[in-house]
Design a protein around this ligand. Structure first.
Ligand code: 4AD
Ligand code: MG
Length: 464
């Protein structure tokens, strides 16, 4: 393997050493004195490294002077101290070999100039070559690794829950159907409905909206578990916060209540932000400079201060009395809309807020009913600029109360196995789901969730 730019810039390669680097040209600048500066990057870190190509190289006229953004090259050379102020070292090339030219540089879709994010979504296969999307990809990786590390260090086991499932965890009916039936020739049952017994799984099957219910089965055996994988929602939302396919992190903690759950969410987010600040200073500096001036400072503030915790009922009082007019109504019993969540986190508090104890009616069946009989032990973490990034709850561990709710919704047939978790050695437990792409938008300051995942799936498009 060739040496990588990240290792050179980190000082792992010393002045005087010879090496071979492979990568892509970011820019080329020619000096009047008959040599050229090439900025070579290989995606291993934000910055590229400066390569000095002397006019005496045998292919200087034929190759070097034709190099442009995107051409792939192999550089053999010597590490020397740089004359320029921008970098400490550079590579004095002994040989440069072109691996791949860019055909028609004029029409190279990600040629070095300003492109809108809308445009770059139409070339999602090439956008990772741009500064912005390279930086997002590296931050995404660092955040993923930090998530695994956070749980691993606390004895949580990573459980791989199924992608194909019969259960609608959230009960919102937003599932993609999985079927091998011929859509134009559906088999009929006695009542004239579709006969799913002839389908691959001999019943209806869907892509999962959440791994939680399966996660609970492992939590009630291993105590601490988490899932981290893709989830799917067929909600027809054309917003900057919704994807049809997104990644969710779902820890489930045994012998825990809502306060423990909120503590975990807070500590977890701080841990991940800290890791990104420490490990991806180069990429974060780019976001602070070009996307959101407060990108770094707001993460630092979150790491060093406590989250505000507030009851849903208090949030309603604040929203009713804040004097602002909202598009959607505010009233006890109604769900909060993104504009309300953002007002609370951005304008009222200025930091992440954990809202707790929502009305039962607007929340999922598995959430634990509170003593007042009206609210449940639900929590949402609201982030400034985004709104909800985490949704979670203490789970209903009392079989009689769970049964009543499941019966009312007709869930007992499909979820008979979920009842068993309460029939045999039931325990108090709690967990949450973090939308990974919403977290990345919060970290980077990127506004659209379609830019936080490599290949976004949204209504109307599953291209690439
Ligand atoms: O609030 P949600 O629906 O909660 C659950 O799915 C629970 N089963 C989680 C749990 O307790 N284990 O979704 C959790 C999070 C949201 O807070 C949001 O960040 C994200 O998932 N999310 C989406 N992200 C992108 N696109 C969508 N369509 C999303 N829907 C939810
Ligand atoms: Mg939610």
């Amino acid at each position: 393997w060739p040496v990588q730019v990240v290792d050179c810039l980190a000082g792992k390669i010393a002045v005087g050493e010879t090496l071979t680097l492979k990568g892509w040209v970011r820019t080329r600048r020619d000096s009047k004195a008959g040599f050229s500066f090439i900025n070579l990057h290989d995606g291993s870190c934000f910055d590229g490294i400066q390569v000095v190509a002397d006019g005496s190289l045998p292919n200087y006229e034929t190759d070097i002077l034709k190099l442009g953004a995107g051409c792939s090259i192999t550089v053999s050379g010597e590490v020397v101290a740089s004359q320029g102020k921008e970098q400490a070292l550079e590579i004095k090339a002994v040989a440069i070999e072109v691996m791949g030219w860019v055909d028609d540089p004029e029409s190279y879709p990600v040629a070095k100039k300003r492109h809108t994010f809308e445009y770059l979504r139409t070339v999602a296969h090439l956008r990772p070559r741009t500064n912005t999307f390279g930086a997002i990809a590296r931050i995404r990786n660092t955040a993923s690794q930090a998530i695994h590390r956070y749980f691993h260090e606390r004895n949580f086991y990573w459980v791989n829950t199924p992608i194909i499932t019969a259960s609608d965890c959230e009960g919102a009916g937003e599932m993609f159907r999985v079927s091998t039936l011929d859509l134009l020739n559906l088999p009929k049952d006695d009542k004239g409905g579709v006969d799913f017994s002839q389908d691959f799984f001999a019943d209806e099957a869907f892509l999962t909206v959440s791994g939680q219910l399966n996660g609970e089965a492992y939590c009630t055996a291993l105590s601490r578990i988490y899932t981290f994988g893709p989830t799917f929602r067929a909600e027809n939302s054309h917003t900057s916060r919704h994807l049809a396919e997104f990644w969710m992190v779902e820890p489930e903690l045994a012998f825990a209540d809502l306060q423990d759950n909120a503590d975990m969410a807070e500590e977890f987010l701080q841990f991940v932000f800290k890791a990104v600040l420490e490990e991806r200073g180069d990429d974060m500096a780019f976001f602070a400079q070009h996307i959101n001036p407060g990108a770094i400072s707001r993460l630092e503030n979150v790491v060093s201060s406590q989250f505000v915790r507030m009851d849903y009922s208090e949030a309603i009082r604040i929203l009713e009395n804040c004097g602002k007019t909202f598009e959607y109504p505010v009233q006890w019993g109604l769900d909060l809309q993104s504009e309300h969540e953002r007002y609370l986190a951005e304008e009222h508090v200025g930091r992440p807020v954990i809202l707790m104890n929502y009305p039962q009616e607007i929340k999922a069946f598995y959430m634990r009913q509170n003593e007042d009989g009206k609210t449940c032990a639900a929590m949402d973490v609201l982030a400034p600029g985004i709104g909800e990034i985490i949704g979670g709850s203490q789970r209903e561990e009392r079989l009689d109360i769970l049964d009543a709710k499941m019966e009312a919704l007709g869930l007992e047939k499909n979820l008979w196995w979920y009842r068993d978790l309460r029939r045999y050695g039931t325990i108090p437990h709690a967990g949450f789901g973090l939308g990974f792409e919403r977290l990345l938008n919060y970290i980077t300051g990127m506004e659209n969730i379609r830019d936080a995942i490599p290949f976004p799936r949204v209504p109307g498009s599953a291209q690439f």
